[in-house]
Design a binder for this molecule. Structure first.
Ligand SMILES: *Cc1c(COP(=O)(O)O)cnc(C)c1O
Length: 345
């Protein structure tokens, strides 16, 4: 058995959802786009539905269609990209709720599926998705007479609590939505942590569920154990890996482990990253290959049979920092080669 093992802790996801839910007095949805941030949308969403989540969010209708098969009828499945050309059958047949982003999408939806539910996504300053104030002003009266389920917007700087953009977006969102009688949603993980002004009637956490920053209290969710294939002794001045980028300064013992950048272990993190044997950190040495990584296990006894690449010692953000990226990218890059296990008591 050589493939590395990726264990997703469903109990930890459930605990993270409950902990985020406990921070607000409103409803808590769950964002499960990109295959549940790489953790497996079916298992994740079914567990969260069991915990009490009633609304889910995905990025595109195809993800919503797959999620509906997993969840069955009942839970609301909301699609951030709205109602795109070609999506009508999926939205209608599988009861998806598009977050309408523009006048075009609104007309398409009302024409193709009269009476079908929809939400509205508003742009409160991020300039990514959603209607701008003027467009919304022209459509608002029409929208509220239809089957409108929620209005939402998204914060650009919620992971920086002191950023002036946060308060500015809340003000804009309020100006655009005060007086409406439908649920409002502004906060993702970062917005939940900004406090009650940001909660409205519904929050939409994603990364915090999966153990990532900015939810510092999160329990780790993704655990990766990698088998050691071979261990060798190297003498001073010997090199390890492609390009001879690492040179032994002293006698060292080098383990070659069975994972690489094809498994989402970003090549650029090489020089900064550690793996763990029990409680001992072991430095990654040399370039990360597609399927193999060199690790300095000098002094580790007995010879390790496997190392921890992600888990309690190495969180997704620790690896992200080593790679100069964010935990979201580490999670969604975890490849298809792992032996996947789900932990649930
Ligand atoms: C991805 C996303 C979320 C979830 O964000 P996290 O930072 O992962 O909690 C919420 N809302 C929108 C619009 C998103 O794109």
């Amino acid at each position: 058995m050589t493939a590395a093992t990726l264990t997703i802790d469903l109990d930890a996801i459930a605990a993270n959802w409950r902990a985020l839910d406990a921070k607000t007095a409103c409803e808590t949805a769950a964002v499960v786009k990109a295959d549940g941030y790489g953790c497996g949308v079916g298992r994740v969403a079914r567990r969260l539905a069991h915990e009490g989540a009633r609304r889910f969010f995905v990025a595109v209708a195809e993800e919503g269609a797959a999620l509906r098969q997993e969840l069955g009828p009942g839970p609301e499945i909301n699609v951030f990209s709205g109602h795109m050309p070609g999506d009508t059958d999926m939205i209608g047949d599988l009861a998806l709720t598009p977050m309408i982003n523009s006048l075009d999408q609104m007309l398409r939806h009302l024409e193709a599926l009269p009476g079908a539910p929809f939400g509205i996504q508003l742009d409160s300053g991020m300039n990514r998705l959603g209607m701008e104030p003027a467009e919304w002003g022209a459509l608002r009266d029409l929208a509220v007479q239809q089957n409108l389920t929620m209005v939402m917007s998204h914060l650009a700087c919620a992971d920086e609590p002191d950023h002036a953009m946060n308060a500015q977006q809340v003000r804009t969102f309020r100006q655009m939505t005060d007086g409406l009688s439908v649920p409002r949603s502004l906060a993702a993980t970062g917005g939940i942590l900004l406090g009650p002004d940001y909660h409205f009637e519904l929050t939409r956490p994603g990364v915090g569920l999966y153990g990532g920053r900015p939810f510092a209290e999160a329990q780790p969710v993704a655990h990766v154990q990698v088998p050691v294939i071979q261990i060798r002794d190297v003498e001073p001045d010997e090199t390890v890996g492609y390009g001879n980028t690492w040179v032994a300064r002293a006698p060292a013992r080098i383990a070659t482990i069975a994972a690489g950048y094809a498994d989402g272990i970003i090549r650029g993190m090489g020089a900064q990253a550690y793996v763990w044997v029990g409680d001992t950190p072991c430095k990654v040495v040399g370039r990360i290959s597609m399927d193999l990584i060199g690790v300095d296990v000098t002094g580790v006894t007995p010879d390790p049979e496997a190392v921890e690449l992600l888990g309690h010692h190495n969180g997704v953000d620790t690896l992200a920092d080593a790679a100069g990226t964010i935990g979201y990218e580490i999670l969604t890059s975890l490849g298809a080669r792992y032996r996947r296990r789900y932990h649930s008591t």
